[in-house]
Ligand binder design. Structure first.
Ligand code: G
Ligand code: MN
Length: 286
């Protein structure tokens, strides 16, 4: 919060009554104006959001086997090309503010299903990010949804970037999705906001180690030991581990040494249009 008070008659002053600043002389008028401004801002955001939805695209980043770098699949990543909501984070924030997360999720899932549905089986599995609120959307668990038709080729990534605590019956929801043929990944494991206990609750096929755990793993013994023990635990439970955000050969090598199954990151290939094959392992032109 800024410490310099705005002028009390400023019609855009959003301060609620009872804050430390003295009440403006025409409190009700000011509040009404601030409310009008808020409504106008939301209406503008709504327009931007609808326009941006029409121009979203998906980028696809290869996921490869750790040792051979042979292709395992792709993660679909949302991209926004709108001037007012110029990146995926801005679009997601707008969707959250407007309570339109379900709409965004449906548009994304339809688009990736169309693109991947027509693609060759040799492309492997498609990893699709879910927002926690998507788990509440009945269209996700409908067997008639576009993605459900190719469920056996799809891994749904569940992250806790937004609160999964809101989804009280998450274990049931996830079981329902697996019954449709989807596989499940825990995304961003080890990120600051992530709770390690969550993956004991979820019946998961993949764990994606957050890039914070991967970064400079070759120079941090403790990080290396932690990752090695998480991988051991996952393997005891037949969970496949993906190292995310791999940016160097040193990081990739240590991940191989500690038993990581799959790799993803700029060192392998950047996200790009569908469906660019990763370079051959050892190709120095990379
Ligand atoms: O949370 P999630 O794992 O879905 O986030 C993936 C994001 O990380 C994407 O926006 C993608 O572009 C980005 N990303 C992919 N590979 C790398 C990498 O090697 N380094 C960094 N810094 N970001 C990456
Ligand atoms: Mn992800």
């Amino acid at each position: 919060m800024s410490s310099s008070p705005s002028h009390p008659s400023d019609p855009s002053d959003p301060r609620p009554p009872g804050t430390a600043e003295p009440a403006p002389p025409r409190a009700s008028r000011t509040e009404g104006d601030a409310g009008d401004q808020f409504t106008r801002d939301l209406a503008d955001l709504e327009q931007q959001f609808e326009r941006a939805l029409g121009s979203i695209s998906m980028a696809f980043q290869p996921i490869v086997y750790a040792r051979s770098h042979a292709l395992f699949g792709y993660e679909a990543l949302l991209r926004s090309n709108d001037p007012d909501l110029p990146h995926a984070g801005a679009l997601l924030d707008a969707a959250e503010r407007l309570h339109r997360m379900a709409r965004l999720g449906r548009v994304v899932r339809r688009q990736v299903a169309e693109t991947f549905g027509q693609a060759d089986d040799s492309l492997g599995l498609l990893f699709v990010n879910l927002h926690a609120l998507d788990l509440l959307d009945r269209s996700l668990s409908s067997r008639f949804s576009p993605l459900a038709k190719i469920a056996h080729r799809v891994v749904l990534e569940v992250t806790e970037r937004s609160s999964l605590d809101d989804v009280s019956d998450i274990v049931y929801r996830v079981a329902e999705l697996r019954e449709l043929g989807f596989r499940i990944a825990i995304d961003d494991l080890g990120a600051g906001h992530n709770r390690m206990d969550r993956f004991t609750l979820l019946d998961t096929d993949f764990v994606k180690l957050d890039m914070a755990l991967v970064r400079d793993i070759h120079t941090h013994t403790l990080k290396r030991d932690l990752v090695a023990s998480v991988i051991g635990l996952c393997h005891d439970h037949e969970i496949t581990v993906i190292g995310e955000g791999v940016e160097s050969e040193d990081e990739a090598q240590v991940l191989v040494e500690v038993g990581c199954d799959l790799l993803q990151g700029y060192h392998i290939a950047r996200p790009g249009p569908p469906f660019i094959r990763p370079p051959l392992h050892g190709d120095s032109s990379r």
